[in-house]
Design a protein around this ligand. Structure first.
Ligand code: AMP
Length: 183
């Protein structure tokens, strides 16, 4: 059986759900078990690369940290470059950054201002979309850097948290490999 024969249902069965992590009431959807499974990882990347290719990706952007795992692999599969969207203070250069609101407090994303050529078509990849706060901030930052950002890909969607809908309202087409109900 080749990797591409693993269906999205098969991939969903490879996600480990850990209740009450990192706090009570959260069902943590853990990709460790998916990426540790050779065919599961290969099929996930295959499906994401097909979507990114169809979107005309010229560069893949991934959010730290789990977006790096899938995003970099998709970029290699498509033969294009990868742009890391990083947590603050990690890049050894002058960066551009964006602050965004969390449930409690704020967070920040940073990137290399020269990573993208003006007008380059960039597709964002991350492991999971929940409220969409991270993805929306990342999209705004990539656009500030000159990207044409019209597509975002996620392995997992938690549709009840509304993130994918928020991205679509911001003019970003969203594709995901699987959904889980609840949060
Ligand atoms: P958000 O900004 O709310 O869309 O959250 C997105 C990020 O938080 C993703 O990159 C995930 O890595 C992480 N995350 C949020 N909720 C979960 C969850 N239930 N299980 C696993 N990761 C989560």
């Amino acid at each position: 059986m080749t990797a591409s024969h693993l269906s999205r249902e098969d991939l969903k069965a490879l996600i480990r759900t850990v209740p009450d992590f990192p706090k009570p009431g959260i069902q943590f959807r853990d990709i460790t078990t998916l990426i540790g499974h050779h065919q599961g990882m290969a099929a996930s990347v295959h499906h994401l690369a097909e979507l990114a290719g169809a979107a005309g990706a010229e560069k893949i952007a991934g959010m730290e940290a789990r977006g790096f795992i899938f995003g970099a692999a998709v970029a290699v599969q498509l033969g294009i470059g990868f742009v890391p969207v990083r947590k603050p203070g990690k890049l050894p250069i002058d960066t551009i950054g964006i602050d965004y609101a969390l449930e409690y407090g704020t967070d920040r994303l940073e990137m290399d201002p020269g990573a993208i050529m003006p007008g380059q078509r960039v597709v964002m990849v991350d492991d999971l979309i929940a409220t969409g706060g991270t993805a929306l901030a990342s999209a705004e930052l990539l656009r500030q850097a000159g990207a044409v950002l019209e597509n975002a890909l996620f392995v997992i969607d938690l549709p009840d948290l509304g993130g994918a809908a928020r991205l679509r309202e911001a003019g970003i087409e969203v594709n995901t490999l699987m959904e889980f109900e609840g949060d």
